[in-house]
Design a protein around this ligand. Structure first.
Ligand SMILES: Cc1cc2nc3c(=O)[nH]c(=O)nc-3n(C[C@H](O)[C@H](O)[C@H](O)COP(=O)(O)O)c2cc1C
Length: 153
């Protein structure tokens, strides 16, 4: 059974909740799913070809603390990720203006700089519009799995 890793960046648990809520959709599609609350670079460098990133933004466009080590390693080690295909869910709040979903957008750039390929569009969930992030994430993941032919079971 292939493994799907969900790498989480969260301050208050919202992005982690999204990861836990979408996990069964991937299990139904034939994956063993690992939700990583303290992601490190090794998690995706070692034989991972598909991953989902799920991160909120804190401060002023900043990464949540738990995903900072991953981002630092990505920048410092610049490992090259040509085999990685990924999806990205960014949680944010448009009342923060220019820094809306800043962490998710920056992570997307960093992954692409390493040669990773994003499958489909990034999902940006705006807390001003969507009270429960799951309401936006669940249908998005369902259609992501279908449109990218990710079902293996
Ligand atoms: C102190 C603080 C700073 C924030 N800064 C930003 C920001 O710069 N840009 C943004 O889009 N959202 C920002 N947000 C909104 C959060 O990203 C949003 O509420 C998200 O759903 C929180 O998810 P989490 O529980 O996984 O951390 C901020 C929230 C807080 C409390």
């Amino acid at each position: 059974m292939p493994t799907l890793k969900i790498l989480v960046g969260t301050m208050y648990g919202g992005a982690l909740d999204v990861a836990e809520q979408v996990k069964p959709l991937f299990e139904d599609a034939g994956y063993e799913v690992a939700v990583l609350e303290q992601p490190t670079l090794v998690d995706i460098v070692e034989d991972t070809d598909l991953a989902l990133f799920c991160t909120s933004t804190t401060g002023s466009g900043d990464f949540p603390g738990n995903i900072v080590p991953f981002v630092r390693e990505l920048q410092e080690k610049s490992p090259g990720l040509p085999n990685l295909r990924y999806g990205l869910i960014a949680l944010g709040d448009s009342s923060y203006g220019d820094t809306f979903c800043g962490a998710g957008r920056r992570l997307d750039e960093l992954l692409q700089e390493q040669g990773a390929m994003r499958l489909g569009e990034r999902l940006e969930i705006d807390a001003m519009e969507t009270f429960m992030a799951d309401d936006a994430a669940l249908p998005w993941v369902e259609s992501w799995i279908a449109s990218q032919n990710l079902k293996v079971a």
